[in-house]
Design a protein around this ligand. Structure first.
Ligand SMILES: [Zn+2]
Length: 415
């Protein structure tokens, strides 16, 4: 009886697999893993990304030190980003304004984080943020809050002004869709940082990625069916305050034509929110003594996360796998992996309003949360800390998002 059941199961499997193959053939060549055709606009757009340009944009952001919110260096960075976006042809820049009151005294260390190196035992379940589970080695993750820890005197001077409560601004600009201007994808990253370094990785790397995509998608010969908004959130490090303010102020405006009959949609309907936060470093698990490999691991990957508890979890999961597929077809060096524990970044405030995902160097919970990036929020988060192998991981994330968004928004090149 058991054997018969197995035979039936095998027959069913073969039938199902044949149907799957047939379905793929019926769906045409696009459904198969074949190289993109020579005139593929997605491939042409992805080829406009360039490692040296991406690095130069990160370097440009580091001239404002750690870009701590509520400081002149943060405001100067917002101005610089806006000027760059305009120069790329994303000329309709706007600013979202909100007020931030800093907590007094500063909040205590987050509970549950390792305060020393911990070796997680076989079978031990130690949970992290976002529903994650730590494995292997966990090391401390406390941010540096002491400006004097920066050994470079000129950077120490640049980062000297403390953060103050008060008004905040963040900038965004929009590529308007030609046939569906009332719908958009939001491509975001937070531009503020902390730790009294240069916030090169967290989050110069994500900010530069969004800026490079804005440059390419706003070129005069590119058009898209749907709109794409490029948003550089502020105050992420204080608790996602800039993204939360955006959702609070603008969620109800979605899809409304204003003024009526004008064909203008100040807040197109949110089809998806894609956040980029820490893109460069995937050096693997720390060793038992807490030290970490100085080299990018050859198996490094882009981690695409959705949140399984979100209202739009199913749609976000589909979006995440669409991005993974875009990586497989178009990214040059590093693969992408999907996980269900997106957390602690600006896509979180959006996740109950629209499909929201994040792209990162590591999973935020079980990798970053376990201290696998020793430069996170530290004075060592500087441009010179990272190698071309690190920068190339960020570039592959840019290729992934550009390829996915170009397809989703219906990008074409004018002849
Ligand atoms: Zn970050």
């Amino acid at each position: 009886m058991q054997r018969n059941r197995n035979i039936i199961a095998v027959c069913f499997f073969v039938a199902a697999f044949s149907a799957l193959l047939w379905g793929r053939q019926a769906a045409g060549p696009a459904a198969q893993q074949q190289p993109a055709p020579a005139d593929d606009p997605v491939k042409a757009l992805v080829e406009r990304l360039d490692l040296e340009r991406y690095k130069a944009t990160i370097k440009g952001l580091t001239q404002f030190g750690d870009r701590l919110e509520g400081t002149d260096r943060n405001r100067a960075a917002v101005d610089w980003i806006e000027a760059q976006m305009k120069s790329y042809g994303c000329t309709n820049t706007e600013r979202l304004r909100y007020t931030r009151t800093l907590p007094t005294p500063a909040p205590a260390r987050t509970q549950g984080r390792p305060q020393r190196n911990i070796i997680i035992q076989s079978g031990e379940i130690r949970t992290g943020v976002g529903g994650s589970r730590y494995r292997g080695i966990a090391t401390p993750t406390d941010p540096n809050n002491d400006p004097s820890k920066q050994p470079d005197p000129s950077l120490r001077a640049l980062n000297a002004q403390p953060s103050a409560s008060g008004p905040r601004e963040e900038v965004y600009c929009t590529k308007i869709g030609t046939t569906h201007p009332d719908e958009m994808y939001i491509v975001g990253a937070h531009m503020d940082g902390r730790g009294f370094g240069e916030a090169a990785n967290d989050n110069g790397s994500g900010t530069a990625l969004v800026m490079e995509l804005a440059r390419i998608l706003n070129a005069p010969d590119v058009q898209t069916d749907r709109s794409i908004r490029f948003a550089l959130w502020n105050s992420e490090e204080g608790g996602l305050n800039g993204a939360r303010a955006y959702v609070e102020q603008r969620a109800a405006l979605q899809g409304k034509e204003d003024p009526p009959g004008s064909g203008r949609y100040p807040e197109p309907k949110w089809l998806g929110m894609i956040q980029h936060d820490m893109m460069l470093w995937d050096h693997g698990m720390p060793r038992a003594d807490g030290s970490i490999s100085p080299e990018q691991r050859p198996e490094a990957d882009v981690n695409i996360e959705f949140q399984s508890t979100a209202r739009f979890a199913d749609q976000a999961m589909k979006l995440a796998f669409f991005f993974r597929d875009a990586n497989e077809k178009y990214a040059t060096d590093y693969p992408a992996a999907v996980g269900p524990h997106m957390t602690n970044t600006d896509s979180t405030p959006f996740m109950d309003f629209a499909p929201a995902i994040s792209l990162r160097e590591n999973e935020r919970g079980m990798h970053t949360g376990a201290g696998w990036n020793p430069h996170w929020h530290q004075p060592t988060d500087r441009y010179t800390t990272f190698s071309d192998k690190d920068f190339r991981l960020g570039l592959n994330a840019a290729q992934t998002t550009l390829a996915a968004i170009a397809q989703l928004a219906g990008a074409t090149l004018k002849k």
